[in-house]
Design a protein around this ligand. Structure first.
Ligand code: ACO
Length: 380
């Protein structure tokens, strides 16, 4: 902390990474790092998963209250209508080269959804719902194009998560897979002032539009320190191979000073509450062999991390059992982070609206440590 925080005369306190800075107030999501709690608008994720649909959580985040039965019907109708892409976005979808990593394609595609004319500032709930509805359509359209398959029209009567799987595959997924992915979507819907949400809020704070903010958000999500890591958990499990090999593999990786993927979190000093639920979901939905392997890796890793980094309290994070759930839903590894983005659109929309409702340009200071002014420019 010493090097990351220091008093600078005239510029306040240096807080590299802003982890101790409080940039505003929010009524959306409470992250309780010490005790391992996570709630949206006062509803714990334990209460939501299994009881609420993803659509209901979208409503909760955007409106502040659970939807009534009439709200749910209206929401489903609105989402269905909004799944028709604007002509500009369809054109960009058709003109992108095939074979890009889907997350890179999604960054371009989100920016094609609109501009300050079709999504004027300040953002509204209707705009937020359009973002939630259209991002999965864009992503699925691009994935199908990369497979030289025609994009599919949304199917009436499917929930948002089942629709996403349908648009990708052209098949109705098994209810077990939809339930597992729905839990993942709910758990990933929002998470306080994470890097992508902060990026979006910086953009919105200049009174720029929601689509510009969401484009910045997905750009931030791409990095491995935020959302770009989950497929590495699957790679790690492949490399461990068998439960019997877990202890030796984990010890060797730590001896090589490698990070164990899916362990540790900036906010949580205990097990990530999302990981706990995802483990339960994985027990219901994942391949039993794969689950046995993951559980062996978890046990070995938690013990080895405690030996290697005593007192740091490094446990599984959302990515660890998240990877098993995404595998169980039938998603390929290059769609893990894009799927995270699809789920997080709800939080991005809610934060954009909240930022605009009580806006102040986000413009922090930086501590200047360069040359003392006064140098003369070399002449001749
Ligand atoms: N494996 C091995 N050591 C670890 C791990 C890990 N997974 N996580 C933290 N540590 C160690 C670090 O080596 C460091 O030790 P040191 O002080 O002796 O050098 C100490 O714990 C603190 O690590 P920081 O990087 O300062 O912790 P930070 O809060 O910045 O990092 C992070 C959090 C990035 C998630 C980290 O735990 C990590 O790299 N985990 C593995 C990658 C991962 O799972 N990413 C997904 C994150 S979940 C999400 O963002 C959606």
């Amino acid at each position: 902390v010493g090097r990351r925080m220091a008093e600078f005369a005239g510029t306040g306190t240096l807080d590299k990474g802003l982890e101790h800075a409080v940039m505003g107030e929010s009524r959306l999501t409470l992250v309780e790092g010490e005790t391992g709690g996570l709630s949206y608008r006062g509803y714990s994720i334990d209460e939501l998963v299994g009881h609420a649909s993803y659509e209901a959580v979208v409503h909760l985040l955007l409106h502040g209250t659970p939807p009534t039965a009439a709200d749910v019907t209206r929401l489903e109708t609105d989402l269905h209508k909004l799944r028709t892409l604007p002509a500009g976005a369809r054109g960009v979808l058709q003109s992108l080269p095939v074979g890009l990593p889907p997350l890179e394609a999604l960054r371009t595609l989100i920016s094609s959804l609109g501009d300050g004319r079709s999504f004027p500032y300040p953002p509204t709930r209707e705009q937020g719902l359009a973002l939630v509805a259209q991002v999965p359509v864009l992503l699925a359209g691009y994935v199908r194009r990369s497979q030289h398959a025609a994009p599919l029209d949304p199917l009436g009567g499917l929930g948002h998560v089942a629709q996403y799987l349908f648009l990708l595959t052209g098949r109705r997924s098994e209810p077990r897979q939809v339930r597992a992915l729905e839990a993942y979507f709910i758990l990933l819907a929002d998470h306080g002032m994470n890097a992508s949400t902060f990026a979006l809020r910086v953009v919105l704070s200049t009174q720029s539009d929601l689509i510009s903010g969401a484009t910045a958000a997905v750009a931030a999500l791409k990095g491995p320190l935020h959302g770009g890591a989950p497929s590495k958990v699957s790679d790690m499990l492949d490399s461990v191979g068998t439960p019997e090999n877990a202890e030796a593999w984990v010890s060797a990786a730590l001896a090589r000073k490698e990070r164990l993927m899916g362990f540790g979190h900036r906010a949580y000093k205990t097990e990530d509450p999302r990981a706990k639920i995802l483990k339960r979901i994985a027990r219901e939905a994942a391949d039993p062999e794969r689950l046995r392997l993951a559980e062996a890796v978890e046990t070995a890793a938690v013990a080895a991390l405690e030996r290697a980094k005593p007192g740091l309290r490094l446990y599984t994070n959302v990515e660890f059992y998240g990877a098993l759930v995404l595998e169980a839903a039938g998603l390929p590894r290059d769609l893990f982070t894009p799927t995270f983005a699809v789920a997080r659109t709800a939080g991005w929309a809610a934060h954009a609206i909240e930022q605009a409702a009580d806006n102040r340009l986000i413009r922090p200071e930086v501590a200047y440590i360069g040359e003392t002014p006064g140098h003369r420019w070399p002449v001749g």
